[in-house]
Design a protein around this ligand. Sequence first.
Ligand code: BT5
Length: 325
Amino acid sequence: MNNNEEIIRLLKEKEDFISGAEIANTMKVTRTAVWKRINILREKGYTMEASPAKGYKLLKSPDLSIEEIRGSISGWSMIIGREIIFFDTITSTNTYAMELAEKGYPEGTIIIADAQTGGKGRLGRKWLSPQGKNLYMSIILRPAIPPRDAAILTLMSAVACASAIKRISSVPASIKWPNDLMVSDRKLGGILTEIKADMDRIFHAVIGIGININLEIEDMPDEIKICATSIKNETGNAQSRTLIAVEIINELDRWYSMLLNIGKKPVIAEWLKLSSTIGRAVKVTVGNNVFTGIAETIDEEGMLMLKLPDNTVKKISAGDVAILR
Ligand code: BT5
């Protein structure tokens, strides 16, 4: 725990004024050092009341607080989130995480940014990533699973995100195969899994998570406005990005442990429960080909089993699904 986190922890624990001397004693630093830290935290968006007689009181945290995320994650295995790196602005948390993974950063390292200038989706698409509104987060993993099973990482992440969003915001998030987080037919978020692998093993994987939290519909460009939503748009209330991030990290940690220790079955079973694709008539676009049929289920590798009009079943490994009414 660094000094910023320690001060925030003490202020939150006390829920009242705490004197500079007490903070300094507990942290074994000078009172001047405490005062300097308090000013840094104010610059980061924390609102503090300061009284010469009583000390400091935390009135409000910023809605994306890395100090609070670090202090609140309570993972089962403590793999996911063992290191969290924060940026005000970055090109893409995924691109940076892939670079760090290449350099040997440990499994579980998380990159979070307040804004992305080059946020990306699949196939080089753009991910709208304005400042101060949403969650942009990437996680480095080094799973001992064969490359053909890599899709399970996307399914697992979708399960973790949908469960976390439902629990914290009560928004009825569902999963559209393979990587979309939806509220009815609007996109709330997406997952981008990138891997470096050879034929036999995955060297590293990066899971990128983008979730619209407080983004207003009117702030979206027209082409996204028609098909996207945010938690705030669904509930009418702003939501703490910290709370959503903590819950997603905890859920991911739990599901990742389960995947490594028990295998793919529990992930797939939960995915099927949260999916809004299965059982529906769908149109699937795969490159230049379009298939329509009934989305029957997914197989053990996360492939979509599409029942075509001639009753044959086509396995699809990647594509874009549109639900037909
Ligand atoms: C995805 O791609 O849905 C994956 C998105 C992953 C974004 C995260 S943010 C953190 C990390 N760092 C990154 O650079 N990326 C990851 P895909 O299924 O290809 O969907 C992309 C399409 O979604 C775009 O072509 C738009 O139509 C739409 N879109 C773009 N931004 C959106 C937004 N903020 N909300 C909803 N839809 C959006």
